[in-house]
Design a protein around this ligand. Structure first.
Ligand SMILES: [Zn+2]
Length: 267
Protein backbone atom coordinates (compact mmCIF):
# COMPACT_ATOMS: atom_id res chain seq x y z
CA UNK A 1 0.00 0.00 0.00
CA UNK A 2 2.87 2.31 0.84
CA UNK A 3 4.34 2.00 -2.64
CA UNK A 4 0.95 2.58 -4.29
CA UNK A 5 0.19 5.68 -2.23
CA UNK A 6 3.63 7.16 -2.82
CA UNK A 7 3.54 6.36 -6.52
CA UNK A 8 0.13 7.97 -6.92
CA UNK A 9 1.30 11.16 -5.15
CA UNK A 10 4.52 11.41 -7.17
CA UNK A 11 2.74 10.73 -10.50
CA UNK A 12 0.19 13.41 -9.65
CA UNK A 13 2.98 15.86 -8.79
CA UNK A 14 4.70 15.03 -12.05
CA UNK A 15 1.63 16.16 -13.96
CA UNK A 16 1.61 19.63 -12.35
CA UNK A 17 5.26 20.36 -11.47
CA UNK A 18 8.41 20.27 -13.57
CA UNK A 19 10.26 17.68 -11.49
CA UNK A 20 13.45 18.07 -13.52
CA UNK A 21 14.45 20.95 -11.23
CA UNK A 22 14.81 18.26 -8.53
CA UNK A 23 17.37 16.29 -10.50
CA UNK A 24 20.73 17.91 -9.86
CA UNK A 25 22.78 15.15 -8.24
CA UNK A 26 24.28 11.82 -9.02
CA UNK A 27 24.97 9.62 -6.02
CA UNK A 28 27.03 6.48 -5.77
CA UNK A 29 27.55 5.04 -2.30
CA UNK A 30 29.19 7.77 -0.19
CA UNK A 31 30.20 9.93 -3.12
CA UNK A 32 28.01 12.29 -5.08
CA UNK A 33 28.56 14.79 -7.84
CA UNK A 34 26.51 17.71 -9.05
CA UNK A 35 25.23 16.43 -12.36
CA UNK A 36 21.69 15.34 -13.30
CA UNK A 37 21.23 11.60 -13.79
CA UNK A 38 17.62 11.46 -15.00
CA UNK A 39 16.46 10.33 -11.55
CA UNK A 40 14.60 12.36 -8.94
CA UNK A 41 17.18 13.33 -6.29
CA UNK A 42 15.11 12.80 -3.17
CA UNK A 43 11.56 13.13 -1.90
CA UNK A 44 10.33 13.03 1.70
CA UNK A 45 6.81 11.60 1.89
CA UNK A 46 5.18 12.69 5.15
CA UNK A 47 1.67 11.39 5.85
CA UNK A 48 -0.77 13.01 8.17
CA UNK A 49 -1.73 10.42 10.76
CA UNK A 50 -3.24 10.50 14.18
CA UNK A 51 -0.71 10.07 16.95
CA UNK A 52 -0.09 6.42 17.72
CA UNK A 53 -0.60 5.20 14.16
CA UNK A 54 2.50 3.69 12.64
CA UNK A 55 3.44 2.08 9.37
CA UNK A 56 3.55 -1.65 9.80
CA UNK A 57 5.25 -4.42 7.95
CA UNK A 58 4.48 -7.95 9.11
CA UNK A 59 3.91 -6.77 12.64
CA UNK A 60 7.03 -4.62 12.68
CA UNK A 61 6.27 -1.04 13.63
CA UNK A 62 8.44 1.77 12.45
CA UNK A 63 8.31 5.53 12.61
CA UNK A 64 9.93 6.08 9.23
CA UNK A 65 11.46 4.06 6.45
CA UNK A 66 14.24 4.90 4.01
CA UNK A 67 12.18 3.76 1.05
CA UNK A 68 9.19 4.76 -1.06
CA UNK A 69 7.78 1.29 -0.66
CA UNK A 70 9.26 -1.18 -3.11
CA UNK A 71 12.38 -1.83 -5.08
CA UNK A 72 11.31 -0.99 -8.60
CA UNK A 73 12.46 1.89 -10.74
CA UNK A 74 9.49 3.70 -12.25
CA UNK A 75 9.42 6.16 -15.13
CA UNK A 76 7.00 9.05 -14.83
CA UNK A 77 5.07 10.55 -17.74
CA UNK A 78 7.62 13.37 -18.00
CA UNK A 79 10.41 10.82 -18.40
CA UNK A 80 11.82 11.42 -14.91
CA UNK A 81 12.80 8.20 -13.15
CA UNK A 82 12.12 7.45 -9.49
CA UNK A 83 13.69 4.56 -7.65
CA UNK A 84 11.07 3.46 -5.12
CA UNK A 85 13.47 1.15 -3.28
CA UNK A 86 15.55 1.18 -0.14
CA UNK A 87 18.06 4.01 0.43
CA UNK A 88 17.18 5.48 -2.95
CA UNK A 89 14.90 8.25 -4.23
CA UNK A 90 13.06 8.89 -1.01
CA UNK A 91 11.72 8.01 2.39
CA UNK A 92 8.33 7.74 4.01
CA UNK A 93 7.16 8.78 7.43
CA UNK A 94 4.15 10.36 9.08
CA UNK A 95 3.56 13.30 11.35
CA UNK A 96 4.57 12.32 14.86
CA UNK A 97 3.72 13.87 18.16
CA UNK A 98 5.82 16.92 17.37
CA UNK A 99 7.24 18.68 14.34
CA UNK A 100 10.75 18.32 15.83
CA UNK A 101 10.43 14.55 16.21
CA UNK A 102 9.18 14.21 12.64
CA UNK A 103 12.08 16.34 11.41
CA UNK A 104 14.57 14.12 13.26
CA UNK A 105 13.11 11.04 11.55
CA UNK A 106 13.53 12.72 8.15
CA UNK A 107 17.16 13.55 8.91
CA UNK A 108 17.77 9.94 9.99
CA UNK A 109 16.19 8.45 6.85
CA UNK A 110 18.15 10.83 4.62
CA UNK A 111 21.26 9.56 6.42
CA UNK A 112 20.48 6.11 5.00
CA UNK A 113 20.37 7.63 1.51
CA UNK A 114 23.89 8.99 2.03
CA UNK A 115 25.48 6.21 4.09
CA UNK A 116 23.47 3.01 3.66
CA UNK A 117 21.91 0.74 6.22
CA UNK A 118 24.18 0.63 9.22
CA UNK A 119 23.32 2.36 12.47
CA UNK A 120 25.85 3.55 15.01
CA UNK A 121 23.90 2.03 17.86
CA UNK A 122 22.78 -1.45 18.79
CA UNK A 123 19.25 -2.28 17.74
CA UNK A 124 18.04 -4.59 20.47
CA UNK A 125 16.41 -4.35 23.86
CA UNK A 126 19.68 -4.21 25.79
CA UNK A 127 21.23 -1.64 23.48
CA UNK A 128 22.43 1.80 24.42
CA UNK A 129 19.65 3.23 22.29
CA UNK A 130 16.97 1.39 24.25
CA UNK A 131 18.55 2.33 27.53
CA UNK A 132 18.61 5.98 26.61
CA UNK A 133 22.36 6.29 26.86
CA UNK A 134 23.17 6.79 23.23
CA UNK A 135 22.36 10.48 23.54
CA UNK A 136 26.09 10.62 24.15
CA UNK A 137 26.84 11.09 20.48
CA UNK A 138 25.79 13.32 17.63
CA UNK A 139 25.37 12.39 14.00
CA UNK A 140 22.91 12.17 11.15
CA UNK A 141 21.45 8.88 12.46
CA UNK A 142 20.94 10.07 16.01
CA UNK A 143 17.25 10.80 15.50
CA UNK A 144 15.45 10.98 18.79
CA UNK A 145 18.12 8.84 20.47
CA UNK A 146 20.81 11.49 20.24
CA UNK A 147 21.11 14.78 18.41
CA UNK A 148 21.05 14.96 14.62
CA UNK A 149 23.91 17.37 13.92
CA UNK A 150 26.12 15.76 11.29
CA UNK A 151 29.55 14.99 12.72
CA UNK A 152 33.08 15.31 11.35
CA UNK A 153 33.38 11.57 10.68
CA UNK A 154 30.31 11.68 8.43
CA UNK A 155 31.30 14.91 6.65
CA UNK A 156 34.75 13.52 5.97
CA UNK A 157 33.25 10.31 4.58
CA UNK A 158 31.25 12.42 2.11
CA UNK A 159 34.33 14.46 1.18
CA UNK A 160 32.69 17.63 2.44
CA UNK A 161 35.63 18.56 4.67
CA UNK A 162 39.34 17.91 5.03
CA UNK A 163 40.14 16.80 8.55
CA UNK A 164 43.50 17.68 10.08
CA UNK A 165 45.44 14.80 11.65
CA UNK A 166 46.49 15.75 15.17
CA UNK A 167 50.25 15.94 15.37
CA UNK A 168 50.77 18.98 17.58
CA UNK A 169 48.85 22.05 18.66
CA UNK A 170 45.83 22.72 16.44
CA UNK A 171 43.46 25.64 16.28
CA UNK A 172 39.83 24.89 15.53
CA UNK A 173 37.24 27.43 14.45
CA UNK A 174 33.54 26.77 14.69
CA UNK A 175 32.80 23.38 13.10
CA UNK A 176 29.46 24.31 11.54
CA UNK A 177 30.63 27.63 10.09
CA UNK A 178 34.00 26.49 8.78
CA UNK A 179 34.04 22.67 8.70
CA UNK A 180 37.17 22.77 10.84
CA UNK A 181 37.85 19.43 12.54
CA UNK A 182 40.77 17.34 13.66
CA UNK A 183 41.22 13.64 14.21
CA UNK A 184 43.54 11.26 15.97
CA UNK A 185 43.79 7.78 14.50
CA UNK A 186 44.25 5.06 17.10
CA UNK A 187 44.16 2.34 14.44
CA UNK A 188 42.41 1.76 11.12
CA UNK A 189 39.00 1.29 12.75
CA UNK A 190 39.28 3.63 15.72
CA UNK A 191 39.44 7.44 15.76
CA UNK A 192 38.88 10.46 17.93
CA UNK A 193 37.34 13.47 16.14
CA UNK A 194 37.60 16.98 17.60
CA UNK A 195 35.03 19.67 16.83
CA UNK A 196 34.51 23.18 18.18
CA UNK A 197 30.78 23.88 18.53
CA UNK A 198 29.85 27.49 19.30
CA UNK A 199 26.19 26.94 18.34
CA UNK A 200 26.16 30.08 16.25
CA UNK A 201 23.91 28.66 13.54
CA UNK A 202 20.18 28.94 13.79
CA UNK A 203 17.37 28.23 11.40
CA UNK A 204 14.04 29.89 10.88
CA UNK A 205 12.38 27.64 13.35
CA UNK A 206 12.83 23.91 13.31
CA UNK A 207 14.62 22.90 16.49
CA UNK A 208 15.72 26.57 16.74
CA UNK A 209 19.27 25.50 15.95
CA UNK A 210 20.82 22.75 13.88
CA UNK A 211 24.17 22.94 15.64
CA UNK A 212 23.07 20.70 18.48
CA UNK A 213 25.83 18.25 19.43
CA UNK A 214 24.10 17.57 22.72
CA UNK A 215 20.83 18.41 24.42
CA UNK A 216 22.25 21.09 26.72
CA UNK A 217 21.93 24.31 24.73
CA UNK A 218 24.44 26.17 26.90
CA UNK A 219 27.33 23.76 26.29
CA UNK A 220 29.84 25.37 23.93
CA UNK A 221 33.39 24.49 23.00
CA UNK A 222 35.26 21.31 22.28
CA UNK A 223 33.29 18.16 21.48
CA UNK A 224 35.16 14.91 21.05
CA UNK A 225 33.68 11.93 19.26
CA UNK A 226 35.08 8.43 19.71
CA UNK A 227 34.49 6.42 16.52
CA UNK A 228 34.82 2.64 16.60
CA UNK A 229 34.15 1.07 13.23
CA UNK A 230 33.31 -2.56 12.62
CA UNK A 231 35.09 -3.68 9.45
CA UNK A 232 35.15 -0.12 8.16
CA UNK A 233 31.51 0.73 8.93
CA UNK A 234 29.35 2.16 11.63
CA UNK A 235 27.73 -0.96 12.97
CA UNK A 236 24.31 -2.03 14.25
CA UNK A 237 25.80 -4.22 16.91
CA UNK A 238 28.69 -2.22 18.27
CA UNK A 239 28.68 1.15 19.95
CA UNK A 240 30.35 2.86 17.03
CA UNK A 241 29.89 6.46 18.14
CA UNK A 242 30.40 7.81 21.63
CA UNK A 243 31.19 11.23 22.94
CA UNK A 244 34.16 11.66 25.23
CA UNK A 245 33.14 13.50 28.35
CA UNK A 246 35.42 16.30 29.46
CA UNK A 247 34.65 16.01 33.16
CA UNK A 248 37.26 18.11 34.81
CA UNK A 249 39.58 18.18 31.83
CA UNK A 250 38.09 20.93 29.72
CA UNK A 251 36.25 24.20 29.95
CA UNK A 252 32.90 23.79 28.13
CA UNK A 253 32.48 27.55 28.02
CA UNK A 254 35.41 28.47 25.82
CA UNK A 255 33.89 31.21 23.66
CA UNK A 256 36.51 31.78 20.98
CA UNK A 257 38.63 29.56 18.82
CA UNK A 258 40.26 26.58 20.50
CA UNK A 259 43.82 25.45 20.73
CA UNK A 260 44.10 21.70 21.10
CA UNK A 261 47.03 20.45 23.03
CA UNK A 262 47.87 16.84 22.44
CA UNK A 263 45.40 15.34 24.68
CA UNK A 264 46.08 13.49 27.88
CA UNK A 265 43.49 10.75 27.56
CA UNK A 266 44.78 9.51 24.23
CA UNK A 267 46.83 6.35 24.47
ZN1 LIG B 1 17.55 3.73 10.33
Amino acid sequence: MLEKANRYAIQTLDSVVDLSIYDNWNINNNSHSKSPDGKLDYVFMVYRAADGLYFTDDGDYYSGIASLGAGNLITLQSGMKVDMGTFDSGSTTHLHKSREFTFEILVHEFGHHLFGGNHPYADNSSSIAQNGRSAGYWGIFAGNWGTPTMNAYEKELLNWIDVTEVSGNIQLDDFILTGDAAKYEVDTDEFFYFENHQRTQSTSGILSTYDRPNINASDKGLFILHVNLENGYLDWGSYSLKSVVSDGNWDWQNTGSLTLMLVLFLK
